[in-house]
Design a protein around this ligand. Structure first.
Ligand SMILES: C[S@@+](CC[C@H](N)C(=O)[O-])C[C@H]1O[C@@H](n2cnc3c(N)ncnc32)[C@H](O)[C@@H]1O
Length: 244
């Protein structure tokens, strides 16, 4: 898929139109990877105060808020593609009285960050259907990480389970129609085959990569070359049947 031509307006996203429904799925239906993220990015030693963590394509800000709550001295920042919804994501953090979680508008293809700026990146359910140029997004993640910084990427592998929320959003969109009547997302979600996932991850010159597949999800933990480089303590990816 190519990026929209300069000046062209992309169709609205179903994730924005049905954001309340997606937030419900995120909170109650999808698997919560906070333990794996914590083990991969913020352990085994306690992260230094001020460790800067971002979530790219944060949607309702689930991980930004959870990690901000669990690590009050770590500033988390959610990168939200829809400018008009940033305040909504921020309200979730405010409702929980989180002063260390913030949200900014930004496109994963052009992250609004300097090179080597962040210590940790969380990416969840982003590559599957929503981004147009996956290689560019992973290159952006690599660019903004500091040497020795790590990213955690989780992608679902169950097509059936992934299609259900998307199908429901399409039905809901009929009730609250976009003025243009168009949405960015496809009708059917195809999961990424593991060969494609690994190829995408390996497109960047990481110091180390650990890829795990537990049947329902594929995960990658990657560490950028540079100071602080070492092996990634993965091993905490567990099966949790009962969640999508
Ligand atoms: C499937 S949701 C995943 C949300 C969240 N990361 C989670 O774990 O539930 C994908 C999110 O990516 C956002 N998104 C789509 N295209 C994007 C882009 N180019 N840059 C940043 N975010 C994007 C969508 O608005 C949506 O909120």
């Amino acid at each position: 898929m190519g990026l929209p031509a300069a000046g062209a307006t992309a169709p609205e996203s179903l994730f924005e139109r049905c954001s309340w429904f997606y937030a419900l799925c995120r909170e109650y239906l999808f698997r919560d990877h906070t333990p794996e993220i914590t083990d991969s990015l913020l352990a085994p030693v306690a992260p230094a105060d001020g460790t800067h963590l971002i979530e790219v394509g944060c949607g309702p800000g689930f991980y930004c808020c959870k990690l901000a709550q669990n690590f009050p001295k770590i500033p988390t920042r959610g990168i939200y593609v829809a400018e008009g919804r940033v305040r909504g994501a921020g309200r979730g953090a405010a409702d929980r009285r989180l002063t260390n979680a913030s949200f900014v508008h930004g496109d994963a293809h052009h992250l609004p960050l300097e090179d080597n700026e962040v210590d940790a990146v969380v990416v969840s359910r982003l590559f599957l259907i929503v981004v147009q140029d996956r290689e560019r997004v992973i290159a952006e993640i690599h660019r903004v990480l500091k040497g020795g910084g790590r990213c955690f990427i989780a992608e679902p592998t169950s097509g059936f389970r992934t299609r259900i929320p998307l199908a429901v959003m399409w039905v809901l969109s009929k009730v609250s129609r976009s003025p243009a009547g168009l949405y960015r997302e496809p009708r059917q979600a195809e999961v990424m085959p593991s060969t494609e996932f690994k190829k995408l991850i390996r497109s960047q010159p990481w110091e180390s990569i650990e890829v795990t597949n537990d049947g329902w999800y594929q995960y990658a933990v990657c560490e950028k070359r540079g100071s602080g480089a070492g092996s990634v303590p993965v091993g905490a990816v567990q099966s949790a049947e009962g969640s999508l």
